[in-house]
Ligand binder design. Structure first.
Ligand code: 5GP
Ligand code: MN
Length: 342
C-alpha cells in the first residue's frame, strides 16, 4: 500500500498528464546522495515517460555521484545560470526535492522569488515552509529517494524506471541511512530496496561509490581530522571537529570530501552529539549528528540558522570560525541534561 493520499495522487496524475510537458527538478544546495539520487531517479522516469525533464542543482555535487548521471546530467546553477533560468522560465511544473525551506535553494533562492510555476514538493524534513501546489512530505521515511519511489508507484509509472534510475534511487536510500544503519527500521525501506534491485540497481556498486571511493588526499584529510582536530567533551558526551580554509586547500578539498566525517566521533563510546565546522567561502558551514534523543535540528535552528532531522542536521554561521567554535563550546553546558539522556 502506498502512503500517499489517493486523491492528491490522482489530481497530480491528471495534471501531469494534461498540462505538463516541461519539468525542472531541483534538490537542495550542497546536494548529497539523497538529493542527487532522488532527483535523477525521478528525472529518469519522467524522461522515459516522454516529459522534457531536467535536473538543476544550485551548486556542484560530489564527484563520487557522477556515475549516476547517465540519464541526464544535473545542470549546475552557479555555473550555467542563464541556461538554468531559461529552463525554469519555460517549465510547466517544478519539483522541489529533499528540502523544506527555500533558504536551501542557495543562489537559486533569489531567482525563484519571481517564479509562480506550480511546485510539487517531495521531502522528508519536518515542518515544510514551502508553498507548494502538491506536497508529498513524510518525516518518517528513510530518504526522499524512498518517497520518490512511492510517488512513482502511486502514479503508476514504475514501468518507466530504468536500471540507472533504480541505481539513483537506491543511492539516495543507502546514502541517507548510512547503508541501512540509521533511520532504516521500517519494512517499506527494505521492500523498496528489493524492488529497486529487481529493477537493476547494483547495491555493491552503490556502496563502493559512496563509501569506498576516497581519493588519497581525502583519506588523509579524514586521518588529520580524527588524529589532530577532534575535541572530546566527555562531560557533555560531545565531540567537535573543525577545518579552516587553509587546511582544506592543503588537502586539495573537493565538494563532498568531508561528507560523513561528522559521523566518526559517534563511534567513540559514550559520545551522543557530534559537530563538524568548516570554513566555506565567507561562512562557516556546520553539520550536526546525534545518537538517540538529542534533537540536533532544534539546536541548529536555535543557534546556527539551520535545521534538518533530529539526528542529522546542519546550519551555518557568519562569525569568524574561532568565534563560531567558541559559541558552540559555550552552549554545551546549557544542554548538559539533554545530552545526558539516551
Ligand atoms: P549535512 O550535515 O549532511 O550537510 O546535512 C544533514 C542534513 O541537515 C541535511 O539533510 C539537511 O536536512 C540539513 N541541513 C544541512 N545544512 C542545513 C542548513 O544550512 N539549513 C537547514 N535548514 N538544514 C540543513
Ligand atoms: Mn534526504
Amino acid at each position: 500500500m502506498n502512503r500517499f493520499n489517493l486523491d492528491a495522487c490522482l489530481r497530480v496524475q491528471n495534471w501531469l498528464g494534461s498540462a505538463v510537458k516541461k519539468v525542472v527538478l531541483i534538490p537542495h544546495v550542497n546536494p548529497d546522495g539523497d538529493a542527487i539520487g532522488a532527483s535523477l531517479g525521478l528525472n529518469d522516469v519522467l524522461r522515459n515517460a516522454g516529459f522534457d525533464s531536467n535536473v538543476i542543482v544550485p551548486n556542484d555535487f560530489p564527484v563520487y555521484l557522477n556515475w549516476l548521471s547517465s540519464e541526464g546530467t544535473p545542470i549546475i546553477y552557479d555555473k550555467n545560470t542563464e541556461k538554468c533560468n531559461n529552463l525554469i522560465d519555460q517549465a510547466d511544473a517544478l519539483f522541489f526535492l529533499d528540502f523544506n525551506d527555500t533558504k536551501r535553494l542557495g543562489l537559486l533562492e533569489e531567482y525563484m522569488k519571481g517564479i509562480d510555476t506550480p511546485i510539487i514538493l517531495i521531502d522528508h524534513h519536518p515542518d515544510p515552509k514551502i508553498s507548494a501546489a502538491y506536497q508529498f512530505s513524510d518525516i518518517d521515511v528513510s530518504s526522499t529517494a524512498e518517497l520518490v519511489y512511492d510517488f512513482i508507484e502511486a502514479l503508476g509509472m514504475l514501468n518507466h524506471l530504468s536500471p540507472s534510475g533504480a541505481n539513483a534511487l537506491l543511492t539516495g536510500i543507502i546514502a541517507d541511512t548510512g547503508s541501512f544503519s540509521h533511520n532504516a527500521h521500517r519494512h517499506s525501506t527494505y521492500r523498496i530496496t528489493g524492488e529497486l534491485i529487481n529493477k537493476g540497481a547494483d547495491k555493491e556498486r552503490i556502496n563502493e561509490s559512496l563509501f569506498n571511493n576516497f581519493s588519497e588526499k581525502r583519506m588523509r584529510l579524514l586521518g588529520h581530522c580524527l588524529s589532530e582536530k577532534m575535541e572530546i567533551f566527555p562531560q557533555y558526551r560531545t565531540a567537535l571537529i573543525w577545518l579552516s580554509g587553509t587546511e582544506l586547500k592543503q588537502f586539495d578539498f573537493h565538494p563532498g570530501d568531508t561528507e560523513g566525517f561528522v559521523n566518526y566521533p559517534l563511534s567513540v563510546k559514550g559520545i551522543v552529539f557530534s559537530a563538524f565546522f568548516m570554513e566555506k567561502n565567507d561562512i562557516v558551514k556546520i553539520s550536526f549528528r546525534s545518537k538517540g534523543s538529542f534533537r540536533t535540528n532544534d539546536f541548529s535552528t536555535t543557534h546556527f540558522n539551520g535545521g534538518g532531522h533530529r539526528n542529522a542536521s546542519g546550519g551555518e554561521s557568519k562569525l569568524p570560525i574561532d568565534q563560531a567554535l567558541d559559541l558552540f563550546r559555550s552552549l554545551l553546558p546549557s544542554y548538559a541534561t539533554q545530552l545526558d539522556q539516551d
